[in-house]
Ligand binder design. Structure first.
Ligand code: EPZ
Length: 419
């Protein structure tokens, strides 16, 4: 397993390109099942979760082939199966996103129940109740989901919570349903709009993404397409927070500030100068950061839960104290103990975490507890004196193509080493 070594204490100066969005490409890979023609995905990030999704497609009798660094050719002309193995469901919790597309394509599906993950329980009750509303028969006894959908019918569905995955699953299933489906209470994340744009590029008629009411005109035959994945807003947030943490002046090509405005608002409040245009987003930070108003995670357009650990890491040496409230997942402070090993002063009580700024951080051997918690360790290590060795980096590789490469492009001293 690779270990990541970061030598802190250097200001960041440089420019990096932002990879394609993990949380957009995963539902889009599931969506390729809705057409029997080839799909070419450009700007497709090379991630462990993308590899897992490719294995799921291959397990369904499809093929996927890399053409160049970030172009993936997907061929779903002759899917042979409708089951996703337990091993793959355990490898990637978000595999549940394949359920709607498999049902729409094959009329049946068999997936083992995705268990919890590092962030706590990951229920899919909203996914299942919505699919049942569309006419799917789902037997979820015994840890395996046996699903049949001989005839999906479009209708109005109300989501009690704006679940990203449930919204995406229902959009995909609705493409295979007769008539119009309207999802009320839909998630509004930018990745939902990217999925809508992909589906419409294949000939679907989806509208409303970005609002809480998404409409899908089902039953339309979908063709192949060439599509470019949107830039990853959480990767962009990570590198903006890296510059805030270490100080410096960076530019992120392809980043789109409108997708992470709550994060840039917090960084501006902390004292960073953020500028953005069509080409990307820059961040300059010369002074010690100031504390910011309480950060409460919420569904989009609220503060993204995926950026909570990352912003926390940037604020470890702020003047004053910063309060975080994690409202999306039950166990999303597992990175705190590792940050405390580096000298941070963080107190957790239930959903709240209070970060009291310290004068100095010091490098230490730390381990990733989850994807964004691992990224947070990198952000903190840039501001720490000395060397930080980060292990269990497989978590980071689920969502970042090569975080060491990107940090080096921004002027950091970061390198992989086989441990
Ligand atoms: C997506 O997860 C993202 N993953 C997560 O990113 C992100 O944190 C999350 O949305 C929130 O923005 C992908 O897109 C692959 P949810 P998802 O359904 O779809 C509860 C990362 O680091 N819930 O919006 O699983 C659930 O338990 C990952 O990139 C139900 O109760 O998120 C959670 O508390 C982590 N029942 C909350 O809703 C359901 O049926 C938000 O979940 C579904 C969800």
């Amino acid at each position: 397993m690779s270990q990541l070594t970061i030598k802190g204490g250097r200001r960041l100066e440089g420019e990096a390109g932002i990879q394609g969005a993990k949380n957009s490409v995963l539902p889009i890979l599931a969506a390729t099942l809705l057409t029997a023609e080839q799909v070419e995905l450009r700007g497709c990030p090379r991630l462990r979760d993308v590899d897992a999704s490719i294995r799921i497609l291959e397990g369904l009798g499809c093929t996927a082939r890399w053409e160049g660094e970030n172009t993936l050719e997907v061929d779903t002309r002759s899917p042979g199966g409708c089951a996703v193995s337990e091993a793959l469901m355990r490898e990637m919790r978000s595999s549940a996103i394949f359920l709607g597309a498999i049902l729409a394509r094959c009329g049946q599906a068999e997936l083992s129940y995705p268990g919890g993950c590092e962030l706590g329980p990951r229920p899919i009750d909203l996914h299942l109740s919505g699919l049942r509303d569309l006419g799917a028969e789902i037997d979820d006894a015994g840890g395996v989901l046996h699903c049949k959908a001989s005839h999906l019918r479009g209708r109005e569905i109300v989501l009690g919570f704006p679940s990203v995955g449930a919204t995406e699953n229902l959009m995909l299933a609705a493409c295979g349903a007769d008539g119009v489906t309207t999802i009320l209470g839909a998630a509004r994340e930018p990745e939902i709009a990217d999925l809508q744009n992909f589906l419409n590029a294949c000939g679907a008629r989806v509208s409303g993404a970005g609002t809480s009411a998404v409409s899908i005109e089902g039953g339309r035959p979908l063709h192949g397409c060439t599509y470019t994945i949107m830039p990853d807003r959480i990767a962009a947030a990570t590198y903006l927070c890296a510059a805030a943490s270490a100080g410096g002046d960076i530019f992120l090509r392809r980043a789109r500030e409108e997708h992470l405005s709550t994060v840039t608002a917090a960084l501006r409040e902390a004292g960073c100068t953020i500028r953005s245009d069509a080409a990307g987003v820059s961040c300059a930070c010369r002074e010690r950061l100031k504390a910011v108003r309480p950060v409460r995670t919420a569904p989009y357009p609220g503060f993204p839960t995926d950026a909570q650990a990352i912003l926390m890491a940037a604020l470890l040496r702020c003047r004053g104290a910063a309060v975080f409230e994690e409202n999306m997942f039950a166990s999303r402070y597992r990175h705190v103990d590792e940050l405390v090993r580096m000298g941070a002063d963080i107190r957790v009580s239930g959903r709240a975490a209070v970060v009291s700024g310290v004068e100095r951080l010091h490098g230490a051997p730390v381990r990733c507890t989850d994807l964004r918690g691992g990224a947070a360790l990198c952000v903190a290590a840039l501001a720490a004196e000395g060397e930080t060795e980060i292990s269990q980096t497989a978590h980071i590789c689920r969502g970042y193509e090569d975080i060491a490469r990107d940090l080096r492009a921004l002027g950091a001293d970061a390198a992989w080493a086989e441990s």
